[in-house]
Design a protein around this ligand. Structure first.
Ligand code: PGA
Length: 259
């Protein structure tokens, strides 16, 4: 079963995950981070900035989960730009060490295979950050995605395009397709950390953590992974049947912090 840690707010979650990443980098200076975009991981990156003082991060590597297809890489909402703005620059990572799937229409045919090869060359992802869509997607693996899927192009669901329209000013400007690590790709990361905040995520969180493993809730694939940490605030946890158990078991701390 996943470790489900219920915290007071997104900032507390960010601090916990930053602790874990800083610990990882201290024992593995060339750690491979699986980076997520969207609003959810922002508190992690903020908290991490203050923990890296005096730590050599020149060897740290990163792989983004996904990218929009057909947006120019220089567009302010392309994930290449978002990762540069929110992760590479504030943390001071070496940009050559951070990879985002290629979303340009040229060479699209090989983009998925090339990206998978880069992850394999790096020795796999050590810690994969994940947000969750209100419809239960992770990365851009929409409902119905194969549990064995690899990095490939997916059409975005109407719900996802609506949810992400806040970044684009209006729905019509939201791209229709994305290239995303597959569920099978994500499962190969050594540690999955899924974060969710707010009531809007409560149905998806309960389905992912406690519902049946089903392509209708792509995030439920985390139940097949041996090391998963789910960190949620009270609102996102509000539909979890075992919330009292999770509170008693973890008391808002990472397992190693409670020892
Ligand atoms: P959000 O998106 O972090 O912006 O809520 C999560 C997701 O769609 O995976």
């Amino acid at each position: 079963m996943a470790e489900v840690i219920i915290v007071s707010d997104a900032q507390a979650a960010g601090e916990l995950v930053a602790d874990e990443i800083a610990r990882l980098i201290s024992v593995k200076p060339d750690a491979v981070l699986g980076l997520a975009t969207g609003s959810t991981p922002v508190p992690v990156y903020r908290a991490l900035t203050s923990r890296l003082d005096g730590i050599d991060i020149s060897g740290v590597r990163g792989f983004a989960l996904d990218e929009y297809v057909g947006l120019d890489a220089s567009h302010p909402e392309s994930y290449r730009t978002v990762i540069a703005r929110e992760v590479i620059e504030p943390l001071g990572l070496n940009p050559d060490n951070v990879h985002v799937p290629r979303g340009e229409l040229v060479d699209m045919e090989h983009a998925g295979v090339d990206f998978e090869a880069k992850i394999a060359e790096a020795g796999g992802v050590d810690i994969q950050l994940l947000g969750i869509g209100t419809d239960g997607h992770i990365g851009f693996n929409e409902q119905g995605s194969s549990m064995a899927s690899r990095t490939r192009i997916k059409a975005l669901s109407p719900q996802t395009r609506y949810d992400n329209s806040r970044f684009f000013g209006s729905l019509e400007h939201v791209p229709t397709h994305a290239i995303t690590q597959g569920l099978g790709t994500i499962l190969e990361a050594r540690h999955l950390v899924l974060l969710a905040f707010g009531f809007g995520k409560s149905v998806a969180v309960a389905a992912a953590v406690e519902g049946p493993v089903s392509a209708m809730t792509p995030a439920s694939v985390i139940q097949l992974h041996p090391h998963v940490t789910v960190i949620v605030d009270d609102e996102a946890a509000s539909r979890l049947q075992l919330a009292d158990y999770y509170r008693a078991a973890y008391a808002g701390k990472l397992p190693w912090q409670g020892l």
